[in-house]
Design a binder for this molecule. Structure first.
Ligand SMILES: [Zn+2]
Length: 511
């Protein structure tokens, strides 16, 4: 946890400090020292005694409301006071960018204490599908590094389970776990007709998406803001009869990795912000997911795609600057899930349901398998226990649960769309139905505790997080100044990334 706190010495001087999980870095008379915290001031919000070893003095510290920090920053701005300038400089250095496991929150200068700007804050939520938390470990990423320097960064973030595209993206838009928002799979299905529709077609099945939970586009619009979405999962649907004011869905045959198209899309959303004065836009890129599936997360091809992502991040920031948006555009970059290498070619004993003794597809009325590491089964009447008994413990890397016995931490049970038996495999393995038909070298859909499923980690000056991606919704609502719908996230998990509550927005919290 990182937060700037005020801090008062026994002599009564007010100082600024940066609180982290392990210690507090204090700026004393322009010099940085280390404050040994005896307890977290953030939970108690009370004064506490602290000692600065380098100074040998006992001090009292207190966490001020975020609005106080904002006032302080405004107060110091523009003054020819060397000490305050030094403190302000330090604030700029330390609060330089948010790189959050796959989430970067690029704070607009007004948040960071630049000349007070009362203009309404805008939010651009970007998802690079399948960008794992450590994908920059073996690639030069100057633009991502620059973001880390200009904002804040975190270790990684935890996606919701099931760690696949549509469900995880809808959690970003709603702040709800998948069992609560109901978009439980990439595929629409009907257990009676056994019909299934793949990801792209499911975009246009309105009732799949519009089943009670409002995405942030609609909530923002109902509170007087303007929303847009480009290619983000869920864009094509209406919600309680309303749609995002500006929306664009990719065509059915679309090259998700064309860098020129990526730049055109970046310019397009900046035009929407500038000329249509939108307040919130979600923007989706289909990579590095595709390349991670095809070549694996450890491949040179994935490395090249991460370079392309990095160039695009640089281009997006440049485009925002060209459009004069830097003082009010907050850019959040994240992903839906990570990617894990799949073991094949005799390296492991593969999981194939039809080969499991006692299991028969003749006992199954409907199934969703051959979909990476996850599966769901609807046994025929009276066959549930038989199917369960056959599968449970049949393979050391296959997890089998009745819906009502699912671990609560996964939040993937309490929804009528979830089938009675849920399967998932450990990283490295996929679940095959009749025979192996899956040839991807990388997969996702695993337990969200697996590190391979987490979006991005990076440690520079500061670390924030880890937190859950359902927490991002509350942060976006806070920046936009809108009252969130009921959600499963917590603003407390992310608001420490803000130096202030920005503009007059941010009156609403979800905690
Ligand atoms: Zn994927």
């Amino acid at each position: 946890m990182n937060l700037m706190v005020y801090f008062q010495s026994q002599r009564g001087e007010k100082q600024l400090a940066i609180q982290t999980a392990k210690c507090t870095a204090v700026v004393v008379d322009g010099q940085q020292g280390v404050l040994k915290a005896e307890s977290s001031p953030f939970s108690s919000r009370k004064y506490q005694s602290c000692t600065i070893p380098s100074q040998g003095e006992t001090h009292q510290s207190v966490v001020p409301p975020l609005s106080m920090i904002q006032r302080k920053l405004r107060h110091t701005d523009g003054r020819a006071d060397k000490q305050k300038d030094s403190i302000n400089k330090r604030i700029w250095e330390v609060f330089a960018m948010l790189w959050i496991a796959s989430l970067c929150l690029l704070l607009a200068p007004s948040i960071l204490g630049a000349p007070a700007n009362k203009r309404r804050q805008k939010v651009l939520l970007i998802s690079f599908d399948g960008f794992r938390w450590d994908y920059d470990r073996d690639v030069d990423t100057p633009h991502l590094d620059k973001m880390a320097k200009d904002g804040v960064k975190a270790l990684y973030v935890t996606p919701p389970y099931l760690t696949i595209t549509s469900p995880a993206h809808f959690s970003l838009l709603t702040g709800r776990y998948i069992e609560n928002h109901g978009v439980i799979h990439n595929m629409w299905f009907n257990t009676t007709s056994t019909e299934k529709k793949p990801y792209y077609q499911t975009q246009f099945v309105n009732e799949w998406w519009d089943n009670g939970t409002l995405p942030i586009w609609i909530t923002a619009q109902r509170q007087g803001l303007k929303s847009g979405s480009l290619h983000f999962p869920g864009t094509a649907s209406s919600y309680q009869g309303e749609v995002a004011m500006v929306q664009e869905v990719e065509p059915v045959f679309y090259n998700y990795k064309n860098e020129t198209a990526w730049r055109e899309n970046a310019d397009k959303v900046m035009d929407w912000f500038s000329y249509q004065d939108l307040d919130f836009i979600s923007l989706y890129f289909g990579e590095p997911d595709g390349i991670g599936h095809r070549y694996g997360p450890d491949s040179p091809e994935r490395q090249e795609m991460v370079k392309q992502v990095d160039r695009t991040v640089g281009y997006i920031r440049h485009s925002a600057e060209q459009h004069g948006l830097n003082d009010r555009l907050n850019i959040i970059i994240t992903a839906d899930h990570g990617m894990s290498a799949v073991y094949r070619n005799g390296l492991v004993e593969e999981i194939t349901l039809s080969k499991i003794p006692g299991f028969s597809f003749s006992d199954i009325a409907f199934h969703l398998v051959d979909f990476g590491p996850s599966g769901m089964l609807l046994p025929k009447p009276g066959k549930l226990q038989k199917v369960y008994d056959a599968l449970k413990g049949s393979h050391p890397h296959l997890h089998v649960f009745k819906k009502e016995e699912m671990p609560e931490r996964l939040h993937f049970a309490k929804n009528d769309r979830i089938l009675p038996i849920i399967l998932w495999s450990d990283p490295g393995y996929v679940i095959n139905g009749y025979f192996p038909v899956q040839f991807h070298k990388g997969e996702h859909g695993f337990d969200n505790q697996a590190m391979d499923m987490k979006p991005f980690f990076r440690a520079v000056n500061l670390e924030v997080g880890p937190f859950e991606t359902v927490d991002i919704y509350a942060l976006m609502c806070h920046i936009l100044g809108i009252k969130p719908e009921v959600n499963d996230g917590h603003l407390n998990a992310t608001k420490h990334m803000l130096v202030s509550s920005t503009t007059t927005q941010g009156e609403f919290t979800s905690d």
